[in-house]
Ligand binder design. Structure first.
Ligand SMILES: [Zn+2]
Length: 298
């Protein structure tokens, strides 16, 4: 039996993951949430949608709008409970119209499940918040940062904010001291569940990656409840490990930079002990479409 139909856990999930009825009402949408298995959080993971205000725009032969439509359709037809998009939501400059178009494209999902987003180097926080004033989960009080905590009975998602400059080169990311100190304190006080972190930037040491990655790992490596970090940015789908923490680099939904990389989304089943991740490629290299990756948490 794939699901446990418990009304209580469903209410629990709706209340906490959605941030309460007030937050849902604030979004102007009243989602009819799906039934939730309290042992497994099923989430659609995608990234780098790069939605343009001009819906006819293409890049490297990809229509970002058509790709997101295809992904939304597949996610809607799947049995996931929630969706997370790890940044570069907007095409390049984070224009208000990019987010308006994104909201329209996501509306079939927003009616069915919580859809939570992080911001990338092609996003504008102010424009994003104008179009998406509501949010799932609990927003944390960190100045000029968009940080959410989403709770499920088995796992806690922390969505962080690595956006510092919009559309600059190199496209570096930074969590910054205030956000790192908040995370340190939060993890000290919340050890009861597996934690997965999400943000936009990759974890290498190039100028266009997360500049404070070593300082981040000094905080999270000793905190055994942190199991994985999920991010986008590279438009490359790959898995790595650092300090026994799994690093999951999501493929882009909008377009790839190299023909060898898939474009699409990842269907995840996450439990207290590990996760299963299935690639759903809608474009680019389709060779790995349907391939499952299983991870065990430390
Ligand atoms: Zn991108």
């Amino acid at each position: 039996m794939p699901y446990i139909y418990q009304k209580q856990s469903r209410r629990h999930f709706i209340k906490i993951l959605a941030g309460g009825a007030g937050a849902v009402a604030a979004m102007g949408i009243l989602p009819s949430f799906r039934l939730v298995d309290p042992k497994t959080l099923k989430t659609a993971l995608f990234s780098d949608t790069h939605i343009p205000v001009d819906v006819s725009e293409t890049y490297r032969g990809f229509s970002m709008v058509d790709n997101l439509k295809a992904v939304v359709k597949e996610v809607s037809n799947s049995n996931v409970h929630s969706a997370i998009i790890t940044g570069d939501l907007a095409r390049l400059e984070g224009k208000p119209g990019d987010y308006t178009e994104l909201k329209t494209l996501l509306s079939p999902l927003a009616g069915e499940m919580p859809v939570a987003m992080t911001l990338g180097n092609h996003d504008r926080r102010d424009h994003f918040l104008d179009v998406f004033p509501g949010h799932p989960g609990q927003r944390q009080a960190i100045k000029d940062r968009y940080v959410l905590v989403l709770e499920h009975p088995a796992v806690r998602f922390i969505l962080m904010d690595s956006l510092v400059f919009t559309n600059q080169s190199p496209p570096l990311g930074l969590l910054g001291k205030a956000q790192r100190e908040w995370l340190d304190g939060y993890l000290k006080g919340h050890r009861d569940k597996a934690v997965i972190l999400f943000f936009h930037h990759t974890l290498g040491d190039n100028d266009g990656e997360l500049a404070d990655v070593d300082r981040l790992f000094r905080i999270i490596a000793p905190r055994k409840q942190v199991k994985a970090v999920v991010f986008g940015h590279s438009h490359v789908y790959r898995y790595d490990v650092r300090d026994d923490i799994h690093l999951i680099n999501l493929p882009a939904t909008g377009y790839n930079f190299r023909d060898q990389d898939p474009v699409g989304w990842v269907e995840s089943d996450i439990t207290a002990d590990g996760g299963s991740f299935i690639l759903h490629a809608v474009g680019g290299n389709l060779e790995q479409n349907g391939r499952e990756k299983k991870l065990t948490w430390r």
